[in-house]
Design a binder for this molecule. Structure first.
Ligand SMILES: *Cc1c(COP(=O)(O)O)cnc(C)c1O
Length: 367
């Protein structure tokens, strides 16, 4: 925590706004609007809820197709299934590790040729790295398909100053406990479309019609963020820039240790791109390094240091085994070779020494 969170919570208690409405909800939405440049913001209970609402508001219905980045966390794709729509997965490109524009275009063409209703495209800014939004938006415009950007991991990331989450028709943020800033749990839907965000707030509060009694013309959800949780968010926004600095310093630390080794690849940051470096991830080529990413993970675990394989692509998940996939295996290779290194904002000098010790014993002494 940054330090100011409790005072925002305290205000909520003093004013007795312990509810999913109040000054902190409004204030956090304003902070997020200022921080991202998105004109309108709705804060909700999770990033997953924001994706669910976003897809509903883009008109996704049962039987429709949603084209989704395969290399991601399952929360990106699950809401497609909540709506009984069909996820169609697209591979990653080497430059950003995110949605490959060529595979996307192939997927769009092929699905349209099959007579499917392609209702949305969902790229993800994984580990904070912006996806190739210039090309993705160009394809989306040419085929008139709206884009929902999953920027759950990418608060503060941008391309030439334009923030992740503001390229598509709508964008999603997450404030889950593991993200770069956290409210314990929470999310936001961003859009420049005022009507879309107004409707998101309405659906998130049980879709109540404007009547003195309780009247409903649509199915609603209980997705609005609590005023207490939003208070944490207001405090966290004050330390976002520090957190990004700390995360990027983690990356520089690992880069300094391993950057010159043949067979170790870092997630590149293309010209004009700025990543918040939420997690530092590396690829380990076992042929060149003499060990697999699993060997390194276990060596770190033996010293009580947690690291994790990168996300397993959705098209390789048992639950999505029947979903179509377009690409040539780049995300599979990322999964086989990729490891997320310890990347907390509070990684201390002592922590770094311990990690460096294991990296020296396992990798640096071998090459
Ligand atoms: C965390 C995350 C989500 C979901 O956010 P929650 O707030 O945990 O529901 C969605 N997509 C990606 C890529 C994420 O990392």
């Amino acid at each position: 925590m940054g330090g100011d969170e409790l005072s925002f919570i305290h205000n909520a208690f003093e004013n007795n706004w312990v509810a999913p409405v109040g000054d902190n909800v409004d204030g956090f939405e304003q902070d997020l609007s200022n921080g991202t440049g998105s004109e309108h913001v709705a804060v909700v209970t999770s990033g997953t809820a924001a994706i669910h609402l976003g897809l509903i508001l883009l008109g996704v219905k049962g039987g429709d197709v949603v084209i989704c980045q395969s290399f991601t966390f399952s929360a990106t794709a699950n809401p497609i299934s909540y709506l009984n729509a069909e996820p169609v997965f697209v591979d990653s490109e080497k430059d950003t590790w995110n949605m490959c524009p060529d595979a996307l275009e192939e997927a769009v063409r092929d699905q349209l040729a099959k007579g499917r209703n392609v209702k949305a495209i969902v790229p993800v800014h994984l580990y904070g790295m912006p996806a190739n939004m210039d090309r993705i938006m160009d394809i989306a415009r040419r085929y008139c398909i709206p884009v929902l950007e999953d920027a759950a991991e990418a608060l503060g990331s941008h391309i030439n100053g334009k923030k992740c989450g503001t390229f598509g028709t709508c964008g999603v943020l997450s404030f889950n406990g593991n993200k770069i800033i956290t409210t314990s749990g929470g999310g936001a839907l961003l859009s420049d479309d005022e009507e879309l965000v107004r409707k998101a707030k309405y659906l998130a509060t049980q879709a109540r019609d404007p009547a003195p009694h309780y009247q409903h013309s649509e199915i609603g959800y209980n997705y609005r963020m609590s005023n207490i949780v939003a208070g944490i968010g207001r405090g966290q926004m004050r330390v976002l820039d520090d957190r990004i600095r700390q995360r990027r310093a983690n990356y520089e630390f690992y880069r300094g240790l391993l950057g010159s080794l043949d067979g170790i690849t870092f997630q590149p940051e293309p010209q004009g791109y700025f990543t918040n470096r939420w997690l530092t991830t590396i690829l380990i080529d076992p042929e060149k390094v003499g060990l697999t990413r699993e060997n390194l993970r276990l060596a770190l675990a033996a010293e009580n240091i947690e690291s994790r394989p990168v996300w397993k692509p959705m098209h390789q998940q048992p639950v999505f085994r029947d979903a179509p996939y377009y690409g040539n295996g780049i995300s599979c290779k990322l999964f086989e070779q990729g490891l997320c290194l310890p990347s907390g904002s509070n990684l201390s000098g002592k922590d770094r020494e311990r990690i460096a010790g294991v990296l020296h014993e396992t990798i640096l002494c071998n090459v």
